[in-house]
Design a protein around this ligand. Structure first.
Ligand SMILES: Nc1ncnc2c1ncn2[C@@H]1O[C@H](COP(=O)(O)OP(=O)(O)OP(=O)(O)O)[C@@H](O)[C@H]1O
Length: 347
């Protein structure tokens, strides 16, 4: 890849500097939060109703691909209600005791954000059921025959869970959220507004066509839009020019961002489907093994975007490339049935 190993379109990976930059650009209120109109309206209602009734808002589950604003919305839930916020993540909660320590130290009305909640330990998940429903947990004291369970009352809190894989959450956990928001990829007009806001916060003078070009090449994802904007700013700075369309095109070419904004993994998946499997169908596990990635990443990060931009479709027999995919990669489409008969190992 050109531009070293930097993959600007990877919606998950972020360096320390990028995390700090993201933090600075995060909208602090629902009003500042661009797009996701439906979810914003639903959240606004839920928060206002809770405020009028002077109670903690219901638990909220935010589902969707990385970089679409789940962490930002969790912070907004806390800011809008003037509530303290505690942040944790599924992988950090590997024992029920980890969760008990967090829950027992929450102050009344606190918002507890658990990112990647689908990766929490099963024993902790079970503790969470009771905590969410009754603001209570049972703590086991002692071992063996003498073990007893001691109930512990918790301060009322609002859990905000985020997941890229809502389908992996057990039903009893999913059912305990009062509201589930499914975040969608952003359209280009919304991304232009995200970029406009970021450019003005950075004090950067960018042409409208330049913003439109970035908006069309950022995988429908605000995190990537802001990251590309930063590289364009660098390009303009180093070359002593304006952040115009020319600078955007040159910077994105340097960092190997293609006209659709596909990243390294998107392209690897497409190449496998098109060239090794003659356009598909290809099962999920075969794809994952072929590109050396976890099936979960392919399903939660890569596939939703490729489906959304019409490069693949999901069929009962596996993933199939569309005519646009053949065109985008400059390949001649194979006639139906021309592909070798391939084992469909999974779907
Ligand atoms: N609707 C939005 N309006 C403006 N900026 C946004 C919006 N959504 C996200 N962003 C920007 O994108 C960055 C990434 O958002 P955020 O961290 O909330 O995504 P996420 O869905 O939590 O990602 P992950 O699943 O990887 O944790 C934020 O720093 C923020 O600046």
């Amino acid at each position: 890849m050109q531009g070293g190993d930097v993959d600007l379109t990877d919606p998950v990976l972020a360096s320390e500097a990028e995390l700090a930059f993201e933090g600075a650009l995060r909208p602090k209120s629902l009003e500042e939060f661009v797009g996701q109109t439906r979810v914003r309206g639903q959240l606004q209602l839920l928060l206002t109703a809770a405020m009028l009734q002077q109670r903690t808002p219901d638990h909220i589950l935010l589902a969707g691909p990385p970089g679409l604003g789940k962490t930002t919305l969790a912070m907004i839930v806390a800011y809008e209600g003037g509530r303290p916020l505690r942040m944790s993540s599924g992988p950090a909660i590997q024992h029920a005791g980890d969760l008990a320590a967090i829950l027992s130290s929450l102050v009344p009305g606190e918002v507890l954000f658990i990112d990647e909640i689908h990766r929490m330990a099963r024993s902790a998940e079970e503790m969470l059921y009771l905590a969410m429903e009754d603001f209570r947990i049972d703590i086991m004291v002692g071992k063996g025959a003498g073990a007893t369970s001691v109930p512990l009352d918790l301060a009322p809190f609002t859990l905000v869970g985020a997941t890229t894989r809502a389908g992996l959450l057990p039903n009893p956990l999913r059912d305990r959220f009062g509201f589930t928001a499914h975040l969608e990829f952003y359209d280009e007009a919304e991304l232009e507004r995200v970029l406009e806001r970021a450019a003005s916060m950075l004090g950067l003078d960018v042409d409208r066509e330049a913003l439109a070009e970035i908006a069309g090449r950022c995988r429908g994802t605000p995190r990537i839009a802001n990251r590309l904007l930063r590289r364009v700013r660098d390009y303009a700075l180093v070359h002593g020019g304006r952040a115009d369309l020319g600078a955007v095109r040159a910077a994105l070419e340097l960092y190997d961002v293609d006209p659709l904004g596909l990243d390294r993994l998107d392209r690897a998946v497409m190449q496998i489907i098109l060239t090794r499997f003659g356009g598909g169908p290809v099962g999920l596990n075969t794809l994952a093994v072929s590109v050396g990635e976890e099936a979960e990443t392919i399903e939660a990060v890569v596939e939703p975007f490729l489906v959304r931009i019409g490069l693949i479709t999901r069929t009962p027999r596996g993933r199939v490339a569309t005519p646009s995919a053949w065109r985008h990669f400059g390949l001649a489409e194979r006639a139906p049935g021309a592909a070798a008969a391939l084992p469909i190992d999974d779907l």
